[in-house]
Design a protein around this ligand. Structure first.
Ligand SMILES: [Zn+2]
Ligand SMILES: [Zn+2]
Length: 464
């Protein structure tokens, strides 16, 4: 457990914590939880080590596990706790205890300190890396700490809540002079929350280059972009920030975007990573994000981010475009935005990833010679003609994605927050909200085993 510590609470588990408040009839209630671990060797912005804990399971306490509970205290039975520790150890998770202060404050009491020190000692002896303690007060406020030793707990002040609604609680404060007009709409508190999100952008092409300056002007301070290509003349019709000279100089797209950010001088720190999102060199940076915009048209990367969202409880907002001309006066022009958060179906269930294309793209990257051979023999489909692309549509799709994230934070489109999928049809001037369900047995979004699992070997439990 190294470096700065933070917590990601996913929606279903937070609902479990909140439900305890209404169950106790005024008495304290308690439960157990398990957290996955995201160990980050190098945070892209600070270069420091970090550890994040992601909620993985909420376990209602069996009635017999509570020896006694009153308005003032709750006492734990050891059998259930030992079972929790056993499971944490087997599965490589961090055990946690949850309790309520229905009429008290969101502050740990002296009694809590004594009880928890005892439990922490047991947990550490049994090989747990620590014991997390979650406390919710009657006013709904949640505080979390972790016992890494049995003598003194560490308070975790940065908490990211993920689901269709997004919330980031942290103690760092920074005023932005240029966000006054935005604060007038969203209010200071929410406005400041927007600026604290660490944003990943997978792909620095048409949609990524449009999303980046939007995030910058919204006040986002920390962004990371994953992109390997350099600018080509065919990009100039839609790549924001690109100049003709960039093509002649074969400038990397990420260099163009870093230049855009530097020249604006609005306080954004953009880290560029010269890899496709999903490659091992990007794992640390991906795990460090609070939201990731998937602005790539590659299916292999999308397949990984689809699963990544689930394992790490980090919202992935996926953008897809389809443009084609059907006839003299007939077009098909679609922009799709899907939000991958707990409670929403994944891209596989939506049919938005072509597994065959994903396999071929992965092969093309890992073994280009074999890929070319198979293409010769027509075993792989190949890329075909370049697809059409027009800047107004790609830019609007990026705006839709960033706005969806904003509605998750601000609730500007209603308290339910982000929609699972929006499909804008430019040719029909309308927008549709297809109802997509998680397919029973989906290995990604229908299994509680994957939610908040965090680090696993192999990465994302994916065999390639
Ligand atoms: Zn207490
Ligand atoms: Zn699914």
């Amino acid at each position: 457990m190294k470096g700065a510590l933070d917590i990601i609470l996913t929606d279903p588990h937070e609902a479990g914590i909140r439900a305890l408040l209404t169950q106790g009839a005024g008495a304290e209630r308690s439960a157990y939880m398990l957290f996955g671990i995201a160990a980050i060797t190098r945070d892209p912005w600070t270069q420091a080590e970090r550890t994040r804990f992601i909620s993985h399971a909420f376990l209602d306490l069996d009635e017999q596990d509570v020896v006694s509970a009153s308005e003032r205290h709750v006492t734990w039975q050891t059998d259930g706790f030992m079972r929790l520790l056993g499971r944490a150890q087997t599965e490589g998770l961090v055990p946690a205890i949850v309790h309520t202060h229905p009429s008290g404050k969101a502050r740990f009491s002296k009694q809590d300190d004594r009880n928890e020190a005892e439990l922490a000692r047991t947990a550490l002896i049994k090989g747990a890396p620590g014991l997390i303690s979650v406390l919710i007060a009657g006013n709904g406020e949640i505080v979390i700490r972790i016992w890494l030793s049995a003598t003194k707990p560490t308070t975790i002040t940065r908490i990211l809540h993920t689901g269709p609604r997004l919330k980031l609680v942290s103690q760092d404060h920074q005023e932005f002079d240029f966000l006054d007009r935005q604060a007038r709409l969203f209010g200071d508190y929410t406005n400041s929350m927007i600026t604290k999100f660490r944003c990943g952008i997978a792909g620095g092409g048409a949609t990524g280059s449009a999303a980046l300056p939007l995030l910058m002007r919204l006040g986002v301070r920390e962004a990371v972009m994953f992109e390997k290509d350099h600018a080509e003349d065919t990009n100039l019709n839609r790549l924001h920030g690109a100049r003709r000279e960039d093509v002649a100089e074969k400038r990397a797209k990420t260099d163009i975007h870093c230049r855009t950010v530097a020249e604006a001088g609005l306080g954004m720190s953009l880290v560029a990573i010269d890899s496709w999102a999903g490659e091992p060199s990007t794992w640390d940076a991906l795990k460090s994000c609070d939201v990731i915009f998937c602005c790539t048209d590659d299916h292999a990367g999308r397949l990984i981010l689809n699963r990544f969202a689930r394992f790490y409880g980090i919202a992935v907002i996926d953008v897809g475009l389809a443009m084609q001309r059907r006839g003299e006066q007939s077009f098909d022009l679609f922009a799709r935005v899907s939000t991958l958060v707990p409670g929403h179906p994944c891209l596989l269930c939506g049919g938005f990833i072509d597994p065959r294309r994903a396999r071929e793209e992965a092969l093309k990257r890992s073994d280009p010679d074999v890929y070319e051979e198979l293409k010769e023999e027509a075993y792989v489909l190949g890329e075909g003609d370049p697809s059409p692309a027009v800047v107004t549509f790609t830019t609007e799709a990026a705006t839709m994605a960033v706005n969806e994230w904003l509605t998750g934070i601000t609730g500007f489109a209603g308290p339910a927050g982000m929609l699972p999928t929006r499909m804008r049809r430019f040719h029909a001037r309308d927008e549709r909200f297809p109802s997509i369900e998680s397919q029973p047995g989906c290995p990604c979004c229908a299994s509680s085993v994957t939610l908040g699992r965090g680090d696993a070997t192999p990465f994302l439990d994916m065999v390639t």
